[in-house]
Design a protein. Sequence first.
Length: 276
Amino acid sequence: MKFTKMQGLGNDYVYVNCFEEKIDDPSALAVTISDRHFGVGSDGLIMINPSDVADCEMEMYNADGSRGEMCGNGIRCVGKYVYDYGLTDKTEISVETLAGIKYLKLFVENGKVVKVTVDMGSPILTPAEIPVVADGERAVDEPILVDGEEYRMTCVSMGNPHAIVYVDDVQGLEIEKIGPKFENHERFPNRVNTEFVKVLDHHTVEMRVWERGSGETLACGTGACATAVACILNGLTEDDVTVKLLGGDLQIQWDKEKNTVFMTGPATVVFDGVWE
């Protein structure tokens, strides 16, 4: 089976062109291929499939074998893959995901895609739809008790659930300790991705993310979008936000008139290989 390892801000996946390849048990393959010592090493597996409703389908699995709805960094790499590897010659494409059809704009230099803007759709703010257990129409600046300490969280879904928590020190945070406590908290029926955020100025924030099923990752595109939305809802930033992640920067814009979030960032091929 041919594969390509790609990364968006260090959020790395193994990509397989399933227009040509067939995978019988993708969940099991995701576990073995993602292993950083015995496999290729990645945050998961993404299959690029034919689609009846879009240019292609992105079928993704986390490193633990669980199915993922959508990955912002992953879908940018899907856009680069289908263009660079000749599956399309269009610079505006549609991709089917479990979180709906996403629309991508590809920025090409010297015949290769260098960055991608993704229409990430509308943020979901209704607690039951995120899902999070909370009273009221939105969970904004909501208190939550974690490990005996009270935090304030803002919850947003970008097709997957996020809890955004503001902290004074992002770098020094013991995320390995606190991340799993949020992920598995009883108030999140489907578990949750948690963003720990510090606002630097009205256009810039820094964050670290604990992703459900994967642990800390260098970047999370949906998490950056959710973070920008949360910052805007809390009056902490303008509608255009640069989100600084461990793996690099993403530009996020929330177009409030269309109620659409746009994410722009890089996508890179690491190497091509063959899995026996």
